[in-house]
Design a protein around this ligand. Structure first.
Ligand SMILES: Nc1ncnc2c1ncn2[C@@H]1O[C@H](COP(=O)(O)OP(=O)(O)O)[C@@H](O)[C@H]1O
Ligand SMILES: [Mg+2]
Length: 669
């Protein structure tokens, strides 16, 4: 065989050229030390920051710290499987997650692995987890509403599509509840929802997923879970992963919304990682770039310009405060990044004002521009009025004599705050919200007892749906509330007769009998001493058989720690006018369950009146009548049910008859 020398030379040269590109010594490294969710790796000299690496056990990690002689890797999985000396390969790509329709309706971990047992996520598209947010030129101002379905929010701190609105408050103040309601309310819209659970108990998240499923919201929702028991790296990455999945829809020209529940736990996870990586601690031991950690996440929420498809991503980050401390490090950071905040206050929450939004310091800096015109028109001054009412209320508690105008503002305020209460998972249509708030701010509720506001509202809305459908539809379609519509609504409200004879409906003159006849079991709830005066919920099972405008009936069921207490309350708009009433009815003995008759005459101006009823079994039942100088004029008859055996009081049935009529000048007009 003969060789040509130059041919050989060229082959050798080719081989030498290829030699360098085939063998890349930078790709593989070895674990020097491992623990607490991080590993130090020697040898990955060419790895990029944020690049994925793979351990020999198949566990993935993320290059986090690029140091002179080693690489700090955060381990996205079980670090207990990894040992010193194990091989680590860099994967040449940044961390990414599957995106697209395949993730909708699924429960997944931050790496896109299914947690719901419904098989793998089959998607041919992936998105890198860390993305640079769109620049201003690619955006347009927020101009469409994202209806939360919550009266207090849609009217006073409206959220627009593409906005970032912070939900902030202590633990157990209804932060998650607001976001879940918002997700449920997107049912018939084109908004895809993403809920990122960071550092929460798995049982909490499971309950929440169950709720979403029950309400039919899982069809368009993805839940990304990095629970409290998951390693800190996963908790840190979860919000970015969720954001990438949500962003996908925004870039497709669609609408998405994402809840980060919550960023304080993500910050704690990040602090843990940074400290383990020996990054220098700063304020509250958080690393210096904790602000950047949240800002680069929240900046990704946007309303894209029409040239870019006009899609939007709305972000609802949640931050948990400790003892209402909004000026701590993480809360101030996130407040300054977002476009407004909804501040939930524990004392409002415990007083039954739910959602417990503090209207004074809650704002939405951009959403007002995106509000439905009808809502914008009728709810304009509501926030300031309510904030003023709260201050006035605090002042009025000092017990000073109030002039008529102040009293009127107080009365209006009590009814408006009552109207803004809203139960869990009951999002409301925006037209219903408009009608309710209009009725309240226009004084249609002024003559309704505070306790009856909720029932009145429900009946009023049913009336509009059943009998005034064209008007309801007109407001829904036009989204406007012009003077003509206002006149039509006023006329309809005048026509509306509230149920049970309550409110402004027609009444027989001179009727003075109010009867409580049904049985009501006491609500078993331990109350803190300071809450003992709190008003219980008005039970809807009690009926006013007939009654004058002056007498309305409400029932309190409450149980003090040392025993049960059951009370019937008569509301007297003409508070302070002495009158005598006869209370007839029965009370059940706690001990032997016998019903005992009551026939008791009381003067309501007396501050306290008591009577004892002796039962044949030897038990004594005490009845207390108290005229508790309440501005709303509440007169309470209670049976503080202390039983020697610690048994709960049963029930009391009362029939209240007026012996004397109230003075005429106190009739409200
Ligand atoms: N509007 C509401 N009406 C009645 N209960 C509510 C309301 N909002 C929240 N809750 C209840 O309060 C509790 C705490 O709410 P949650 O949203 O979990 O608080 P957080 O997320 O702030 O810790 C839950 O048990 C929830 O059912
Ligand atoms: Mg929560």
């Amino acid at each position: 065989m003969r060789f040509k020398a130059d041919e050989i030379a060229s082959v050798i040269q080719q081989e030498i050229e290829q030699f360098d590109s085939r063998i890349d010594v930078r790709e593989v490294g070895r674990v020097i030390e491992v623990g607490d969710g991080i590993a130090r790796v020697y040898g990955l000299s060419g790895v990029m920051s944020g690049e994925m690496v793979e351990f020999s056990e198949g566990v993935h990690g993320l290059a986090f710290n690029l140091e002179e002689n080693s690489v700090g890797v955060i381990i996205l999985g079980d670090y207990l499987e990894i040992n010193e000396g194990d091989e680590v390969r860099s994967m040449g790509q940044l961390l990414s997650v599957p995106v697209g329709d395949a993730v909708l309706g699924r429960v997944i971990d931050p790496l896109g692995n299914p947690l719901d047992g419904n098989g793998p996520i089959v998607s041919n598209e992936r998105r890198v987890v860390e993305q640079i947010a769109e620049g201003v030129a690619q955006r347009q101002p927020v101009n469409e509403p994202l209806q939360t379905g919550i009266k207090a929010i849609d009217s006073m701190t409206p959220i627009g599509r593409g906005q970032r609105e912070l939900i902030i408050g202590d633990r157990k103040t209804g932060k998650t509840a607001i976001c879940i309601d918002t997700i449920i309310n997107q049912k018939d819209t084109d908004v895809k929802c993403f809920y990122v659970a960071v550092g929460q108990k798995d049982s909490t998240v499971a309950g929440l997923i169950e709720t979403l499923r029950r309400e039919g919201a899982m069809d368009y929702t993805t839940v990304i879970v990095a629970g409290a028991s998951d390693p800190a790296p996963l908790q840190y990455v979860a919000p970015y992963a969720g954001c990438s999945m949500a962003e996908y829809f925004m870039f497709k020209g669609e609408h998405a919304m994402i809840v980060y529940d919550d960023l304080s736990k993500q910050a704690a996870a990040y602090r843990q990682l940074a400290l383990l990586m020996r990054r220098p601690p700063g304020r509250e031991a958080y690393p210096g770039d904790i602000f950047y950690c949240h800002s680069r996440l929240l900046e990704r929420a946007a309303k894209l310009s029409d040239e870019r498809g006009g899609g939007s991503l709305t972000a609802l980050p949640i931050v948990e405060t400790l003892e209402g401390e909004v000026s701590a490090y993480i809360p101030t950071n996130v407040i300054s990044i977002t476009d407004g905040q909804i501040y939930l206050q524990p004392d409002l929450f415990f007083a039954g004002q739910r959602p417990a939004m503090n209207v004074g310091i809650s704002v939405s800096r951009v959403g007002g521009k995106a509000q439905v015109p009808a809502m914008k028109k009728i709810a304009g001054g509501l926030r300031l009025d309510l904030a003023a009412f709260r201050e006035l209320e605090a002042f009025a508690q000092l017990g000073t004599d109030l002039d008529a105008a102040t009293q009127k503002r107080l009365d209006r305020g009590y009814r408006m705050t009552e109207l803004l209460k809203q139960g869990l998972y009951k999002p409301m249509h925006v037209t219903d919200q408009v009608l309710s708030i209009y009725a309240g701010t226009r004084g249609h509720l002024d003559k309704i007892a505070v306790e009856e506001v909720a029932a009145w509202e429900e009946a009023m809305l049913r009336f509009f749906h059943d009998q005034k459908r064209p008007l309801w539809q007109k407001i829904t379609d036009t989204r406007q509330f012009d003077d003509e519509t206002a006149a039509e609504v006023d006329a309809a409200l005048a026509e509306f007769t509230p149920p049970g004879g309550a409110g402004g409906g027609p009444r027989q003159p001179g009727e003075r009998t109010v009867e409580l006849s049904e049985r009501q079991s006491t609500e078993h709830r331990a109350l803190k001493p300071r809450e003992r005066s709190a008003e219980g919920p008005v039970s809807s099972t009690w009926r006013i058989i007939s009654g004058p405008k002056a007498a309305r009936l409400a029932v309190q069921c409450r149980e003090a720690q040392e025993g049960a207490e059951f009370a019937a309350a008569v509301l007297e708009p003409t508070a302070g006018v002495p009158r005598r009433i006869t209370v007839r009815g029965n009370v059940q003995c706690h001990a032997c369950k016998t019903e005992l008759p009551i026939d008791w005459e009381i003067t309501t101006s007396g501050s306290l009146d008591r009577t004892m009823i002796d039962c044949g079994c030897g038990a004594r039942i005490r009845l207390v009548a108290a005229d508790c100088k309440d501005p709303r004029g509440r007169f309470v008859i209670a049976s503080p049910g202390k039983t020697p055996e610690g048994r709960k009081a049963g029930s009391i049935g009362l029939r209240i008859e007026y012996v004397e009529e109230p003075a005429k000048e106190n009739e409200d007009s």
